[in-house]
Design a protein around this ligand. Structure first.
Ligand code: FBP
Length: 284
């Protein structure tokens, strides 16, 4: 029922496509890097309002952000409690568990969100933490959203998003029991250095983004799991919309877009989110 709630909410409700607002960048990148471009975004209420006004499917954030708005916005939009986080003051590719299933239930959330870093030295601990939290969440009727971001000493920046690595990471999230899987848009490039060191399984022509998206979706049980793609650093509206068109054409279930939404002035963000929603509503 909680997964259905996310799928039925907002302007894309009932289409099988979704757009989610994630705001955990304060943890991941720090407050100034995240919110200084649009200072209104320092206020947790801003993000609830943005997601609600844009007619999104859900809003995802760590404990403090959800707690700060839970009373005011109760029942207005499905929320996803991000229960682990990394931060930029650490040199390790690890995460701290920063929320619980009990917190998610107390705050009326529809799902928990958890990040794994396949390829990190700590990947197995993260997977084991996820296993426990997902079991608890599911037994309480909550959905499980997994951010699967390959990173660690074997991979350079290019390798982290290379489509075979991305598909592998997405598949592991599906195997770990995720209902919704979140990855970065897969790229074609793989540096020579990374190619020497990592698992390579290039069985498809990856020159086109829609084909790479299709490969990732296929790796998530042939579309039996929901796969959404992140927006990344702030970029031009046209570049983002082209990416969204390719995600839609490749059979992706939608976008989970943070910085490209909250770092723009609200009117611009609402316009961009409306255009994204239009793409997902159109015939793929
Ligand atoms: P963005 O749309 O801002 O990229 O948000 C998606 C997200 O997964 C956030 O949830 C997370 O904080 C961030 O990306 C991590 O980005 P990076 O890997 O660049 O640190």
């Amino acid at each position: 029922a909680n997964l259905a709630r996310i799928l039925m909410e907002g302007k894309l409700g009932g289409t099988g496509r979704m757009v989610i607002l994630p705001v955990d960048q304060g943890f991941e990148h720090g407050p100034a890097r995240s919110f200084a471009p649009n200072p209104a975004a320092y206020d947790p209420h801003y993000h609830f309002e943005l997601a609600i006004e844009a007619g999104l499917n859900a809003y995802a954030a760590p404990l403090g952000m959800i707690e700060a708005g839970a009373a005011t916005f109760a029942g207005s939009i499905p929320t996803i409690l991000k229960v682990n986080s990394s931060n930029s003051l650490s040199t390790t590719k690890d995460q701290a568990v920063t929320g619980s299933v009990a917190d998610a239930l107390r705050l009326g959330c529809s799902a928990i969100g958890f990040t794994i870093y396949p390829s990190s030295e700590y990947q197995f601990e993260m997977m084991e933490e996820l296993r426990e939290l997902a079991e608890e969440a599911k037994s309480a009727g909550l959905a499980v959203v997994v951010w699967s971001y390959p990173r660690g000493p074997m991979l350079d920046k290019t390798g982290e998003t290379a489509y075979d690595i991305c598909a592998y990471a997405a598949h592991m999230a599906a195997l770990l029991g995720a209902h919704i899987i979140k990855v970065k848009p897969p790229t074609d490039a793989l540096s020579l250095d990374a190619a020497k060191k990592v698992y390579i399984e290039r069985k498809i022509d990856g020159s086109d983004l829609a084909a790479r998206i299709k490969h990732v979706v296929q790796s998530c049980f042939n579309g039996r799991r929901l796969v959404v793609f992140s927006g990344g650093e702030a970029k031009g509206a046209d570049a983002l919309l082209n990416e969204v068109r390719a995600i839609h054409a490749g059979g992706g279930n939608g976008s989970i877009v943070g910085r490209n939404a909250f770092q723009r002035p609200k009117d611009e963000a609402l316009k961009l989110l409306a255009s994204m929603i239009e793409v997902y509503k159109s015939k793929a």
